[in-house]
Design a protein. Structure first.
Length: 236
């Protein structure tokens, strides 16, 4: 099996990555990394989390950040939350390839509370796939997914301090709105990194996080070397 190796030594089967992804990774001026501008922000935040804390990777895909977290801070509890069951299987496979254990995988799509219960939702397989209404996607190319809100995830994690990173392909606005309307939901969340999709959504997420009691430590709606915007917020 051919493996692709990132500069942080994480390895994955080359077939998991598109030609465009591999080309982008190798052209990054900051190194062969998945999201080079976000990775430094992520590692700084992760290293500030105390022993006994938990890291929650929402929208984990095949688990890049979960693997990086467990590799960097093996003593932390790591939870990978991913909507597509095939991606969840890939997290387990990537863990074996990288000789990493202890990642708890949760097969669910995290969305804002206002998106739950309105209609059935489905997701296609692949990178950047978003949760969409059942009547707007080919059923032969997608799978029905279970929806949960952030409060359900956090309620299942007992750790006293939690760090979150979130890449949910447009649902981030609803999740951030939930934090603003129910700030007690994020009482144990010390840091949150949000991958944003579009300038308007980026600004809304930033506003909602500030309303929920976070200060914005890093704010880049259009990074030069990765497709998603980045917000890092710390509980005041």
């Amino acid at each position: 099996m051919r493996l692709f190796t990132f500069d942080n030594s994480i390895r994955v089967p080359t077939r998991w990555l598109s030609r465009e992804q591999r080309k982008r990774y190798k052209s990054n001026s900051l190194g062969i990394l998945h999201e080079p501008e976000e990775e430094g922000v992520f590692l700084d935040a992760l290293n500030s989390l105390p022993a006994g804390g938990a890291y929650v990777n929402i929208g984990a895909a095949w688990g890049y950040y979960s693997l990086l977290a467990k590799k960097t801070r093996p003593e932390l509890d790591v939870f990978a939350v991913e909507a597509h069951p095939r991606m969840c299987s890939m997290i387990y496979e990537a863990s074996m390839i990288n000789h990493i254990s202890g990642i708890s995988v949760i097969n669910s799509a995290v969305v804002g509370k206002n998106e739950i219960g309105r209609r059935e939702m489905r997701i296609k397989f692949g990178y950047g796939a978003s949760v969409t209404p059942e009547d707007s996607v080919n059923k032969n190319e997608s799978i029905r997914v279970g929806l949960i809100d952030l409060g359900v995830i956090l309620g299942s994690i007992p750790n006293p301090e939690i760090m979150i990173s979130m890449d949910v392909q447009g649902s981030e606005e609803g999740v951030c709105r939930d934090l603003a309307t129910q700030p007690e939901m994020g009482a144990r969340v010390s840091k949150i990194i949000v991958g944003t999709h579009g300038t308007e959504r980026h600004d809304i997420c930033k506003e909602m996080l500030e309303k929920s009691g976070f200060s914005i430590d890093f704010d880049e709606p259009a990074p030069l070397e990765q497709p998603d915007g980045i917000i890092l917020a710390t509980k005041k």
